[in-house]
Design a protein around this ligand. Sequence first.
Ligand code: SAH
Ligand code: F3S
Length: 477
Amino acid sequence: MGDEKVIDEKKQGQALLTEKKSKNHKKLFIESFGCSMNLNDSEIVAAILSEQGYNTTQLLEEADLVLVNTCSIREKAEQTIRKRLQKYNAVKKINPTMKVGVLGCMAERLKTKFLEEEKIVDLVVGPDAYRDLPNLLQEVNEGRNAINVILSKEETYGDVSPVRLNSNGVSAFASITRGCDNMCTFCVVPFTRGRERSRNPKSIIEEIQQLVNTNYKEVTLLGQNVDSYLWYGGGLKKNFKNATDIAKATAVDFAQLLDLVAIEFPNTRFRFSTSNPQDMSLDVIKVMAKHANICKSIHLPVQSGSTSMLQRMNRKHTREEYITLIENIKKIIPNCSISQDMMTGFCGETEEEHQETLSLMEVVKYDFGFMFAYSERPGTPAAKKMKDDVPNEIKKRRLNDIIQLQQKHSLFRTQQFLGKTVEVLIEGSSKKSDLHWKGRNSQNVVVVFPKRNENIGDFVNVFIENCTSATLIGKKI
Ligand code: SAH
Ligand code: F3S
């Protein structure tokens, strides 16, 4: 008798569990390609869908809903995503009720074309339409395809608390601006992410507070162009000139925002990305110098070292102005690391212009960089009005030239740390060895050292004994 009761209760429990599972535990598999902002957007999407009873899973095969956050920046990025869709297709054969949605820049760029070209796709959602996901999913569950690619003048997701995905529990992203108004001629981002808007500093501080409460130690402030941050009560950045006098007088710019967060959270390390040279002010550099908890590292994409090329790219500074900016940074923060994005083979690039890029690199000796061969993107000013006339082999050879040179400079920079002690925030075990910790110093260089009794999230001092071009190797002191 007694045993039967136990079995009965067990059965009931299981039934309840299954019911709960079907109601509250739908499984979301979400993956991101491209920039850090996409990663952060996926965290926002996970938060919006958790309200709808979706929990994230790492297992594609068990997903009820698969979302892929896409990147359009180069053709190759789009090809990678198309390949991923083939993989989902194979899984859908085993799990036919699984729904597939495409988010992000490719969704925005291709719109309904996606539904026509990729039969596997049920749902297409642009970067400003994630709040509409619950409605769109309802349509999908009723058997219709759903799409929302409306770009917004206001949307910043300021009140959504992101669900941290694949997190090391130590460092997190917080978006502070969305969109970009710069219209670099080669770039698809203004078309896929819309006009620039800044997020209310109050909601940024609230998000950081939540991160601090849950033991995060480092926050990276994100935007396509963070230095252009400007809060004056909401709305598009370009409308600031028509704002009221009060809104203008109480506006918060990026230097003020940095100062604010560094003071409010003295035990948190701050980074930011990305800076556009044309918008980086001396005030920002001075605020960085003032606070020990703002990392001494600036990602400052330049694309080319040639003024004529910068003009064709519609970058709004010259080679000389860029060099002056670098000199100011180094004067005010001598130990600041500087990294770059470079592009070879943009329309009309001559050998002379390429040599100017190499010579700029010799002047700056960047700590590291992301380097690309130009890839024409449909709809951009360059695709419409300019000729993609540098042959592929030349693009590749020039790319190789700058990669080689960067390699040399990265090693030169890491060697400067030999025999010095650096402060490292421990992020986790080293990829190569479980007996070593991995973390980063203020300059954003990876540091590896033997474990003793430290914990993830500790700040420790490490004496640097050895290095490669990308890693510092040392021991804790
Ligand atoms: N401000 C942005 C830049 C986004 S794009 C940011 O937050 O990083 C990142 C880099 O991709 C650019 O700096 C540029 O070097 C590269 N890129 C952009 N469009 C490209 C294209 N059409 N072909 C090749 N590289 C491109
Ligand atoms: Fe693209 Fe230029 Fe903006 S690279 S993201 S248009 S600053």
